[in-house]
Design a protein around this ligand. Structure first.
Ligand SMILES: *Cc1c(COP(=O)(O)O)cnc(C)c1O
Length: 392
């Protein structure tokens, strides 16, 4: 018997799907009340909130990438190369340290690489451990992979406290430890001896997330140096920051070949599109051009930190392309005043702190002017105080 489907006629014009609210859906309980990752994407002149490289690719790189996309397009009826071998070869060559494609895994941003790590090595009944304050996405990877997320606090200067780390590892026996160096949102680097001691103590995998490594002060060693002696270490990198390739979505990790094999088990088939592989290879071929502004950004960061200190702010030591500063009784008000002046920064980190990415000299001038205006606001609620009066 065919029964007519009852249709609310008045809805047809406005809604192409049935009416239901999120609250009525049988969502996984741990997702109830959660919101999608949402750093604001606003159309303002000075975008200093997600640590992008402010310099776009040169016309030469753009032309080369366009040609590579055209070539990839000619075989777009076929699935892409599943294991992205050529790209992984190029990434290994960029990293050096004798690494080959077998030691490298790539995915759509290091966000996806980290999800692969969690899917392969964490999961139900397992635990991942990080050092707070740190990157806000880790708890989400843990949630999405049904893993438990625990943190060990950093010291007051945001450096990693090895004794506390070892105690946390002994207590939680984490399956995955994530050391973010330089750390986001603080900019703090962790020395190799500390990373090595954590590798020695950790019962499972250890990830050194080096998303900002290219911005570290000259002479800061990479955890890549530990790979020959640490079989359960993964060193994660991204092309989103120093490489000026955030829109290309390419993250990667270096580790022992067996670790890479584990990540290959959990990846979706053909996860990395032919277009992504082609343009990432072009960007790597032009690495000296893509990375040309890193020295300038590093110098700009140091000047910015120095200027903020001169204004009486607390400033976290930074080896990244951003600076965490504070503290403000009402940081949201300061953030809003900067936004009103066309300068978008990030409300993140411990209460009272704000994070600003390093932009062009023009961006930085606008930031300084806007901040001076915001905190100079007579009788306003946004006045900052000195370190002595307001220790975090
Ligand atoms: C920005 C960032 C990443 C990189 O993210 P992508 O997905 O590669 O864009 C990874 N880790 C940290 C700590 C970051 O700040």
């Amino acid at each position: 018997m065919i029964r007519p489907i009852p249709v609310k006629r008045d809805l047809i014009d406005t809604h192409p799907t049935a009416e239901i609210t999120l609250a009525e859906l049988p969502l996984r309980p741990e997702l109830v009340g959660e919101e999608p990752y949402g750093a604001p994407q606003l159309d303002v002149p000075h975008l200093l909130n997600v640590n992008e490289n402010p310099y776009p690719p040169t016309p030469e790189v753009v032309a080369d990438a366009a040609a590579a996309v055209a070539e990839a397009m000619s075989t777009m009826n076929r699935y892409p190369e599943r294991d992205a071998i050529a790209l992984r070869d190029d990434l290994a060559a960029y990293l050096g340290h004798g690494l080959t494609a077998e030691n490298v895994w790539a995915a759509n941003g290091s966000n996806e690489v980290m999800l692969h790590v969690m899917l392969a090595f964490a999961g139900p009944g397992r635990t991942a451990l990080g050092f707070a304050p740190t990157y806000s996405m880790y708890p989400e990877y843990a949630r999405d992979s049904h893993s438990r997320w625990v943190t060990v606090p950093r010291r007051d200067d945001f450096s990693l406290d090895l004794d506390a780390a070892l105690a946390g590892i002994a207590e939680h026996r984490p399956d995955v430890v994530i050391i973010t160096s330089p750390n986001n949102p603080t900019g703090t680097s962790t020395d190799l001896a500390t990373i090595e001691a954590i590798c020695d103590a950790a019962p499972g995998m250890v990830v050194a997330d080096e998303a900002y490594q290219e911005f570290a002060r000259v002479g800061t060693p990479s955890a890549l140096e530990l790979l020959p002696t640490q079989p359960r270490l993964l060193v994660s990198r991204t092309m989103s920051k120093a490489f000026a390739f955030a829109g290309g979505r390419l993250g990667y990790v270096a580790a022992a070949p067996a670790v890479i094999d584990a990540l290959r088990i959990v990846r979706l088939p053909y996860h990395l599109s032919a277009v992504t592989q082609a343009v990432a290879r072009v960007a790597l071929k032009h690495r000296s051009t893509m990375l040309a502004q890193v020295d300038a950004l590093r110098a700009e960061r140091d000047e910015l930190a120095e200027w903020l200190r001169q204004q009486g702010f607390r400033v976290a030591e930074s080896d990244a392309n951003f600076v965490l500063f504070g503290t403000f009784p009402d940081r949201h008000a300061v953030w809003q005043q900067l936004l009103d002046a066309g300068v978008l920064i990030r409300e993140t980190g411990p209460e009272g702190w704000l994070r600003v990415s390093v932009g062009t000299p023009d961006d930085m001038a606008a930031f300084r002017t806007a901040l001076t205006h915001a905190v100079g606001d007579p009788g306003g609620t946004t006045m900052t105080t000195t370190t002595e009066e307001n220790p975090r």
